[in-house]
Design a binder for this molecule. Sequence first.
Ligand code: TAP
Length: 499
Amino acid sequence: MMPGKDAERRELVPMQGELAAQADWDYAPAPESRDVVTIAPEYGLFIGGEFVPAADGRQFPTLNPATEEPLAQVADAGEADVDRAVAAARTAYERVWGPMPGAERAKYLYRIARLLQERSREFAVLESLDNGKPIKESRDVDIPLAAAHFFYHAGWADKLEHAGFGPSPRPLGVAGQVIPWNFPLLMAAWKLAPALAAGNTCVLKPAETTPLTALLLAEVCQQAGLPPGVLNVTTGAGSTGAALVSHPGVDKVAFTGSTDVGKEIQRAVAGTGKRLTLELGGKAANIVFDDAPVEGAVEGIVNGIFFNQGHVCCAGSRLLVQESVADAVLGRLRDRLGTLRLGDPLDKNTDIGAINSREQLDKIRELSDAGEAEGAERWSPPCDLPERGYWFPPTVFTGVSQSHRIAREEIFGPVLSVLTFRTPDEAVAKANNTPYGLSAGVWTEKGSRILWMAQRLRAGVVWANTYNRFDPASPFGGYRESGFGREGGRHGLAAYLNA
Ligand code: TAP
């Protein structure tokens, strides 16, 4: 950007805050068209290349969390269906996908990636309807990144012999993959693209509240001519996931979700010889030093915790700010939060969408109430919540101590807990004072301090002067209670290979 433009922009930022605070004008609605996607009244399971009903005919509804309107009835897979899906995946693995040369597998992955791009508007609208996330995020983050994962891994499929995994790395077989609701299509892409590139076949279990984009992805796989059984989608609740991970025909289990369920899965697969990767929860520290440019740091704080309503495993949910600049940073943060627009996820101006489910809303409320009861001070910008649907305002807690539940437990919502520190050592000690170890952010103008912090922070990912940046080439994952294994990059492929 030209220097002149930059200066102009910096001047505009406070003006925008003041004007919004006066609230004497507002953005005109800019709704994305819902008509770009056709939602069927009912969806079957995707098994052996076809959409089929559950064996016992059971279904469950999926809702639009912004309105509570039912979107569709979806097949609820029981044990018999999981069994069918694993059998279809096994046949496809043995007869077609396992023996297929990598260069041929790559063609399918490229085709899927291109179809995701071609149908991106449809995917973005469907994701926002089923999940509640703002259309600008599904359009600009979820869908492009999902396509990027297929493109990236397509490039690996014919190069596995030369990637340092030994002379002839072999796929593992059938992968059982269970994903959460916060990035439904993107998490599916994170799981499927490396597994398929490496020559495995997959049975995917999407979250109960967000099954629709995984089913549209199944349709895209049909369109791409992916051989039947290479991808199977068994929609359902936690019991479907449990049946999948403990099925004896599954060779590899990949799970993203809560730490509690991750521990259950680890117990279920212990001693079975199945390979396992777990991507679990987090309680990341976003650390702002006194020499950080305030405007940039505030944008990073907002992105860190209010992106995707804070439904992000690596969210910067604990702000650690150096005491000498705490008032200045918090003052600027409050101004900035006053400009965020909460409401209709399909409106292109919306910054904060709906909470994904009633259950999640109750959890956010319960933990926020606990924060107040334990003595922290709660603040939200003035903001009208829609009457229907599941909504929670952006919320900041100050006066938080390390023993408070809001500083220790993952809230998985738009709630920021602010703590202060005086020295770099204190920042490290406070940042590491958590059972999790997924991510962290550091804001400072000193490169040497960034390196010093990165060596000491116990987190799988450390972002410097940025936050929530993802790339398929960059391995992502945690340790301690945030799980083990990596997704993305060469490291992510290793989890799907017998090397
Ligand atoms: P979970 O309740 O753990 O659900 C995740 C998935 O597991 C869902 O598909 C769920 O089905 C299924 N499931 C539930 N019980 C199961 C069981 N006993 N066996 C097998 N599968 C089971 O988590 P959530 O509330 O959906 O997601 C939020 C959590 O995911 C947060 O803790 C967050 O930090 C974590 N997360 C982590 C990452 C990474 S990369 N580390 C990324 C995103 C989210 P239902 O949907 O039907 O319950």
